[in-house]
Design a protein around this ligand. Structure first.
Ligand SMILES: *[C@@H]1O[C@H](CO)[C@@H](O)[C@H](O)[C@H]1NC(C)=O
Ligand SMILES: *[C@@H]1O[C@H](CO)[C@@H](O)[C@H](O)[C@H]1NC(C)=O
Ligand SMILES: *[C@@H]1O[C@H](CO)[C@@H](O)[C@H](O)[C@H]1NC(C)=O
Ligand SMILES: *[C@@H]1O[C@H](CO)[C@@H](O)[C@H](O)[C@H]1NC(C)=O
Ligand SMILES: *[C@@H]1O[C@H](CO)[C@@H](O)[C@H](O)[C@H]1NC(C)=O
Ligand SMILES: *[C@@H]1O[C@H](CO)[C@@H](O)[C@H](O)[C@H]1NC(C)=O
Ligand SMILES: *[C@@H]1O[C@H](CO)[C@@H](O)[C@H](O)[C@H]1NC(C)=O
Ligand SMILES: *[C@@H]1O[C@H](CO)[C@@H](O)[C@H](O)[C@H]1NC(C)=O
Ligand SMILES: *[C@@H]1O[C@H](CO)[C@@H](O)[C@H](O)[C@H]1NC(C)=O
Ligand SMILES: *[C@@H]1O[C@H](CO)[C@@H](O)[C@H](O)[C@H]1NC(C)=O
Length: 823
């Protein structure tokens, strides 16, 4: 080693090596391939030769014990053998030479008079005038940050200098030992409204979606936090993405790996590994344009592809074979000149490809709508910056077909889709469209039945060993009837497991007491938390009937319904096992002065829309029309992201109610939420649920219970109070003061209006849930005027009426009641 050093020293008479540990390379020095390295001043990065038989000049972390190369100079021009060297010419050009002093790689920069090359502590290798400031990027004649390989370090820019045309992008290594560029690249596309794409050769494989002021539209989980923040800059000179680290001990980098996946890796010192903190693409729906133009991809559905509202498959026979690449077309062509087109809100989505859309950050969403409506080629619009409170600001406008749309369970955005008047009143849920397609493939489903039966048997065997005593599988009857193509395999838990999970139904595990029995929290092993509803023994129907109803409920799956995980039937016990919701129920937050602060306007609005969607699904989109009959704040559970989930649906079925509009012997419901016709005459229909929904909306907006009392109008309940404010044009006073005033009042007023429309006295005046969902997303001024609500006084007719024919079991605030009416 030493002798080799001297040999090099003797051979190169004018060039000597930099002192070990230096961070600067001067023109009178050279860095040779014998273990010499430059080390940045803070000791974070090291620059030198690496590789086995082929040698490369690269930069790696000097404090990370697993050699991790973050930049390579000569990734395409390796040197064979260890006689290469790196030096800087007197005019500032960096060169790598081989054994014959042939230049294999050089940097191109402007000529300098007195250059030095320096490895900075952020991992940037720069060339600058020797006297200049090493912290000033403008003084760099050349920098390695401008020529990334596969790694983006904090502070590096991924994107364009529009003046010089420099396009900084990441390209994966070919293999672990070969840094040569592979086919996978991640680059910013500056056409239209900029986005970042992953490429495989010339094919786009994934896109981030446009930046929405907070994150990329296609990375809903992206969040700035104390250690890490992000930036996406779009201006006349530059378009780039960058991230910053605010804790020196947090070592992270973004790479494109050899499988063509982009990953954020973080170094974990204890276990000495690079952990994948985040990666993309993740699921099928992340694949660019999985469902073709105007299609929507939903990974939680099967098949995953559907059409946007107002669209149908372009090529139904291919769709039936699960080839959605042709996408969808309009049911009714737009009728621009007549001015009858309108918009529907498609919420919770990744915004469509913006490569050919236009954006204007200075417009408001309202102006955006107008602009879209007046331009006949406009197909959709959306807010460009959602970090502005409320609906967001700025305007992205699409004038082409919408491609690469997908939905997210959480964190998606709202897109306003232009439709012809004829399609505006139609379904608001893309899954409806999907169902029509599914009916076409019912034959295919029947063929796969055999296979799925085999699968069930296998699953059943597997589950047994994990403490569940078996599964109920849907019988053929259900699958044919159901037509949704989903086989449900509902675990039957054994009593022992549930007793263990809930500490023998200990009081500490008890979450509360609903109208149908107590609810307990349980733990199945380390990870899975469950909620166990122990049905009151007396009220449950026969075993087979019970099983059938449970299977039916299990088939109802929607992101706004609490998921049923299984059931337990043993001896006298009947239990339903649900997923556990960490944020408990809405009433516990909404009506608690200490916690209501968690509910900003956006959260409240999302809760309202979520409940509306869940209810719409129960009423209309599920195969079986389910009327909830006990909609109330206590039955709205909130998951960890405050996404609302309706619970207790289908209970009326289990407890033996009939499901057609009819009189019922048993009134199940909660005072304050019951519609007049239901409470008084026991007549229920979907419109009774709409009434309860309206009460909920008003409660959510106002933060007050319907049965509370208001100083200004002590004789009125919330409905009466809201109605009196409405009549006097003072509706804004109803809005919960705890939200301050940084939210879009127009949206709140619209919700109140929808709430009032839903609580109208006459069921036939109330909208259906389908219209309610549409109304929530449309222009408030265009909604019909509400008429007087039912039950406006604190003393409802029920409470004053002591009719002997009614057997009134409970009447405490917000507790479900069960009444048996003699008929
Ligand atoms: C190399 O050049 C730098 C300035 O260009 C000077 O500071 C340094 O002393 C020189 N080293 C030797 C060994 O000549
Ligand atoms: C260097 O020169 C020798 C003699 O001309 C030749 O054999 C060898 O292949 C050259 N090496 C490289 C890397 O070009
Ligand atoms: C610097 O000098 C090298 C030769 O030593 C030459 O190839 C290169 O073009 C020069 N660069 C500039 C910017 O003049
Ligand atoms: C972009 O490139 C031009 C020309 O090379 C340069 O003058 C300008 O400083 C660069 N802009 C930024 C923000 O780096
Ligand atoms: C990546 O950058 C290189 C160099 O600027 C450029 O030639 C290439 O086209 C870019 N690739 C993509 C996909 O933008
Ligand atoms: C988005 O809006 C916020 C708040 O008004 C503003 O600070 C930010 O600069 C905007 N972002 C863009 C990209 O316009
Ligand atoms: C690329 O990243 C993905 C996601 O983290 C991982 O599953 C895959 O193994 C990685 N590929 C390679 C070659 O490291
Ligand atoms: C405008 O709409 C009406 C009713 O839908 C239709 O009969 C008429 O043809 C339309 N006019 C144009 C110019 O499309
Ligand atoms: C954005 O809209 C404003 C207001 O209509 C207009 O003055 C401005 O020119 C638009 N900007 C662009 C880039 O189109
Ligand atoms: C519609 O918008 C597109 C994109 O901004 C624009 O190119 C076109 O000229 C507009 N058409 C009309 C009629 O305004």
């Amino acid at each position: 080693m030493t002798s080799r050093f001297f040999l090099v020293y003797l051979l190169s008479t004018t060039l000597i090596s930099p002192t070990t540990g230096a961070d600067i390379l001067s023109p009178n020095q050279s860095l040779t391939d014998d273990g010499q390295t430059l080390i940045s001043t803070g000791g974070t990065f090291q620059l030198g030769f690496f590789g086995s038989d082929k040698r490369y000049v690269g930069i790696w972390y000097s404090k990370v014990s697993v050699r991790t190369v973050v930049w390579v100079a000569n990734r395409r021009q390796p040197i064979t053998g260890t006689s290469g060297s790196l030096s800087i010419k007197t005019n500032g050009t960096l060169v790598i030479t081989d054994e014959n002093a042939t230049v294999v790689w050089y940097s191109s920069s402007r000529a300098l008079a007195n250059p030095v090359a320096q490895l900075l502590d952020n991992g940037n290798f720069v060339v600058r005038e020797s006297g200049s400031n090493s912290n000033d990027p403008n003084s760099f004649a050349w920098q390695s940050f401008d020529f990334p390989t596969d790694t983006l370090l904090p502070g590096m820019k991924l994107g364009w200098n529009l003046t010089s045309g420099l396009n900084r992008n990441l390209t994966a290594w070919t293999s672990d030992s070969d840094p040569a560029p592979s086919e996978y690249t991640m680059a910013v596309d500056v056409r239209g409204y900029p986005e970042i794409f992953l490429w495989s050769r010339s094919t786009r494989t994934w896109r981030t979606g446009p930046w929405n002021g907070l994150r990329f539209s296609g990375i809903p989980e992206m969040k700035t936090y104390d250690k890490l923040s992000f930036d996406f800059v779009v201006n006349r000179d530059e378009v780039f993405y960058s991230f910053y680290v605010h804790d020196a001990a947090f070592i992270t980098r973004l790479i494109v790996n050899q499988s063509g996946i982009t990953q954020r890796l973080v170094w974990i010192e204890q276990s000495k590994i690079w952990n994948a903190f985040w990666f993309a693409p993740k699921d099928q729906c992340d694949k660019v344009s999985q469902c073709g133009p105007n299609g929507v991809c939903d990974p939680n559905e099967s098949p995953i592809c559907g059409c946007l509202n107002g669209f149908r498959p372009k090529n139904p026979s291919n769709w039936a074979l699960r080839d959605a690449s042709d996408g969808c077309r309009r049911k009714t062509e737009l009728d621009c000149r007549n001015g009858t087109d309108g918009f529907v809100m498609v919420s919770g989505v990744k915004l469509p490809d913006t490569s050919s859309s236009v954006a204007n950050m200075s417009l408001s969403l309202e102006q955006c709508r107008t602009m879209c409506l007046t331009n006949c080629s406009c197909t959709a619009y959306a807010a460009a910056n959602i970090s502005v409170s409320g609906t967001g600001s700025g305007c992205i406008m699409w004038t082409t077909e919408l491609t690469d749309l997908r939905v997210y369970t959480n964190g998606g955005q709202d897109l306003y889709l232009r439709l012809a008047a004829a399609d505006l009143g139609s379904e608001s849920n893309p899954s409806h469209q999907r169902r029509i397609v599914v009916i076409i493939v019912v034959l295919a489903v029947m063929i796969t039945l055999l296979a799925s039966t085999a699968f069930c048997i296998r699953r059943r065997k597997k589950r047994r060993s994990t403490g569940m005593s078996g599964n109920i599988s849907f019988s053929e009857r259900y699958i044919n009837e159901g037509g949704e193509g989903k086989d449900i395999d509902l675990p039957l838990f054994d009593l022992g497991t549930i007793i263990d999970a809930t500490n023998n139904f200990s009081v500490h595990s008890k979450l509360g007491e609903g109208g149908f029995g107590p609810v307990y929290k349980g733990n199945l092993g380390e990870e899975q938390e469950i909620a166990v509803k122990r049905l009151s023994k007396t009220s449950v129907q026969g075993l087979d009937e019970f099983k059938n109803e449970v299977m039916l409920i299990a088939k109802l799956q929607h992101r706004n319904l609490v998921r049923l995980l299984g059931c337990c039937i043993q001896d006298e016990e009947r239990m339903l096992i649900y997923e556990y919701m960490p944020n408990r129920s809405l009433d516990a937050i909404l009506f608690d002065k200490a916690k209501v602060g968690l509910l900003d306007w956006r959260t409240r609005y999302n809760i309202i829309v979520g409940i509306a969607r869940g209810l719409l699904y129960l009423h209309q989109d599920s195969r079986f029309r389910i009327i909830h009959r006990d909609m109330k704040a206590g039955n709205i559970l909130l998951d960890k992201d405050m996404c609302p989930k309706i619970s207790d649906f289908g209970m009326a079925r289990i407890f033996g109610g009939d499901e057609t509009e009819a009189n019922t012997r048993r009134v199940v419901g909660t005072y304050g939420y019951m519609s007049p016709e239901y409470a008084m005459d026991g007549i229920f229909s979907v419109k009774s649920d709409v009434f309860s929904f309206g009460v909920l909306v008003l409660e959510i907006v106002s933060g007050k219970r319907n049965r509370g009392v208001y100083h200004s109008a002590p004789q009125l309940n919330l409905l009466g109070y809201a109605w009196s404010l409405w009549k006097e044009g003072r509706t804004s006073e109803l809005v919960d003061e705890s939200m301050g005033d940084s939210f879009p009042m127009a949206e709140a007023l619209r919700c109140i209006k929808v709430g009032l429309l839903c609580v109208q006295d006459r069921p036939e005046h109330r909208p259906t849930m389908a219209s309610a969902v549409l109304m929530l997303g449309s222009d408030g001024a265009l909604l019909p005027q509400p008429t007087q609500p039912g039950f406006v006084a604190t003393k409802g007719p029920l409470e004053s009426d002591s009719s002997a024919s009614k057997q009134d079991s409970v009447s405490v605030n917000d507790i479900s009641i069960t009444m048996v009416e003699g008929r």
